[in-house]
Design a protein around this ligand. Structure first.
Ligand code: SF4
Length: 577
């Protein structure tokens, strides 16, 4: 059966442009692994960027590997076919190092599944000199890597464009001097402690209180405490672009170009807005240089960033790219930074859909989450979009936000109906259907946000809200798409989990992804992680990291937000007195 898997990898490689196929002779081999399918992984710009960065080094051969597609998983499981790399179709065990790129907590089980399918022990302590070194980067690695602390040899905290090549070069150096493989590994892990932005969990011991919360994290052998994330200081020096192009991704023929990192808006639920601080914008010449490389494969460009319409020179950038013949799309636009020029530029480029994210249905709740967007401003943006002739509009909301009431959920229905009305009014043909979609997802409290102390709503409550929204909006012809609350809950457990969450992941692996059984067999209460409001005095599992955001400021933001909850004002005033 392995020929089937090998053949699929070969066909994928043949359908790509930009893949790097190197001879392995004398080079350090790194498998860059995305713990989800090829389709999802190839849409990820961070994954693509690191692939380009590592392959620019002559002494490294970097190949890609992915979670097998759902149809292929039984073949791997039944016949023992290992996960293969795309470029040389080699099993992951053959590589010197694995580097997982993980951006979504629910992919943690996939990390373990990929290791198990590859015959690589899932615990670092069970691996030896005959096994590859296993590391992880991506936003999960520096938000809260603790659930995978017993799996990884090390984590890349922060942007990996510099720390990635440095860590792998260090391994080569150590191996040149120390010939005994076991001693080389020990020496390498110690040497990694000196690389900025690297966390080697085996040098840290976590002590817990009797109630299960973290009491203390103790480092040994001079391991840094806190561990600081790495950030790029000269952002123009690194292009963040699609390196490999394939039609088999969410973006198809479109090449992606990042305009900058971080966002200064300070939405209280948004982890990306916090952990990418400080905000760094690329200059227009650097973006044009990157776009030129991407446009060699076609004119369609997707501009990517935490909030692209906030890019300070956006109108000039759009004009310059349009002058080069680029057809543009944006990953995200803010209703209050939309301008007629921007909408027209997108329309001229063939954009069919614009997504606006009010996040909450009422002005009160938007103030709580620090998304200061009035209904009036929002509807003005809708009028602008509707008048432009964009064919599809998508509104995105969260449910289960802290302090949310029934009125806030009704506000979503009300706002969606008003939006549809505005779109219909702007249409020349009043009988044509307004193409409006409402996307709904459950709020998950994330580390490093002002809401990291908040409890997550339970699945039954979220289900009820989704059912109400779907029923009411369907009546007026508005399509509702939504995520599944039970998966959001799992994300909530893993996002704020400690090292004990690693036991849950290993149980889920043993139960063949039967999460219900895994939760039953896990001797801990998942609500302790997801459904509990945490006291301000509690130490978090991620408090031994420094990602450039300040806990005191987050606490102030949390207090401010909770003070805006009508039913809590009395309690909070008493607590703060
Ligand atoms: S939600 Fe968007 S606007 Fe708000 S902080 Fe995050 S990236 Fe910025």
């Amino acid at each position: 059966m392995s020929w089937q898997v090998r053949d699929k990898a070969r066909r994928r490689l043949a359908a790509e442009t930009g893949a790097v196929v190197k001879d392995w002779g004398g080079r350090l081999s790194v498998a860059l692994v995305f713990p989800n399918t090829y389709y999802v992984g190839m849409s990820n710009l961070g994954f693509q960027t690191i692939y380009g960065v590592l392959n620019r080094r002559a002494d490294i051969v970097c190949e890609r590997a992915f979670l097998p597609d759902p149809d292929d998983l039984p073949v791997h499981g039944r016949s023992g076919v290992p996960v293969l790399s795309v470029e040389s179709q080699r099993p992951l065990r053959d590589f010197d190092c694995l580097a997982f790129s993980t951006t979504y907590e629910n992919d943690y089980l996939h990390v373990l599944q990929i290791l198990a399918l590859s015959g690589i022990p899932v615990r670092a302590r069970d691996r030896g000199p005959g096994d590859p070194l296993v590391s992880m980067g991506g936003v999960c690695a520096w938000a809260n890597p603790e659930p995978l602390a017993e799996t990884m040899d090390w984590f890349f905290l922060g942007e990996g464009e510099e720390s990635g090549p440095e860590a792998f070069a260090l391994w080569r150096q150590v191996c040149e001097v120390e010939r005994d493989p076991a001693a080389a590994r020990t020496e390498f892990f110690r040497a990694l402690l000196g690389v900025e932005g690297i966390y080697v969990p085996r040098f840290y011991r976590v002590e817990y209180h009797a109630d299960g919360s973290v009491a203390e994290v103790i480092s040994r052998d001079g391991a840094p405490l806190p561990v600081r994330k790495r950030r790029l200081r000269r952002i123009d020096a690194y292009d963040t672009i699609s390196v490999v192009r394939t039609a088999d991704t969410e973006f198809g023929a479109m090449g992606l170009v990042e305009v900058g990192k971080g966002c200064g808006r300070g939405c209280r639920f948004c982890m990306e807005g916090e952990i990418y601080r400080p905000v760094r914008h690329r200059h227009i010449p650097a973006i044009l240089r990157a776009a030129e490389a991407v446009m060699q494969h076609g004119p369609r460009i997707g501009l990517v960033g935490a909030c692209v319409s906030d890019y300070p020179w956006i109108d000039d950038l759009v004009a310059a790219l349009r002058a080069e013949g680029a057809e543009l799309s944006f990953s995200s636009v803010r209703a209050d930074s939309l301008s007629p020029g921007l909408v027209q530029g997108l329309l001229d480029s063939g954009t069919q859909t614009l997504t606006i994210a009010p996040e909450a249905g009422t002005e009160r709740l938007r103030t709580v989450i620090h998304k200061s967007l009035s209904d009036t401003r929002l509807l003005q943006a809708i009028d602008l979009i509707a008048a432009s002739g964009v064919r599809r509009v998508k509104l995105y909301f969260m449910i289960g936000l802290p302090t949310e009431t029934a009125e806030d959920v009704e506000g979503i229905i009300d706002l969606a109906k008003k939006t549809r009305h505005r779109i219909l009014k702007a249409r020349r043909d009043p009988t044509s259907l307004a193409e409006l979609t409402v996307g709904v997802s459950a709020f998950v409290p994330k580390p490093w946000t002002a809401f990291q102390w908040c409890a997550m709503a339970d699945g039954k409550t979220l289900d009820g809200k989704i059912r109400r929204l779907t029923r009411e909006l369907r009546k007026v012809g508005i399509l509702v798409t939504h995520d599944v609350p039970k998966w959001a809950y799992l994300q909530g457990v893993l996002a704020r989990g400690d090292r004990h969450a690693g036991d849950l992941l290993r149980l889920a692996l043993a139960c063949k992804a039967d999460w219900r059984r895994a939760f039953r067999e896990w001797p801990r209460n998942p609500d302790f992680y997801a459904g509990r409001e945490r006291p301000l005095s509690e130490r978090f599992p991620w408090d031994h990291f420094d990602v450039g955001t300040n806990r005191e400021r987050l606490e102030t933001e949390y207090r401010r937000a909770m003070g805006l909850a009508p039913e809590r004002q009395v309690r909070w005033k008493a607590a703060l007195a």
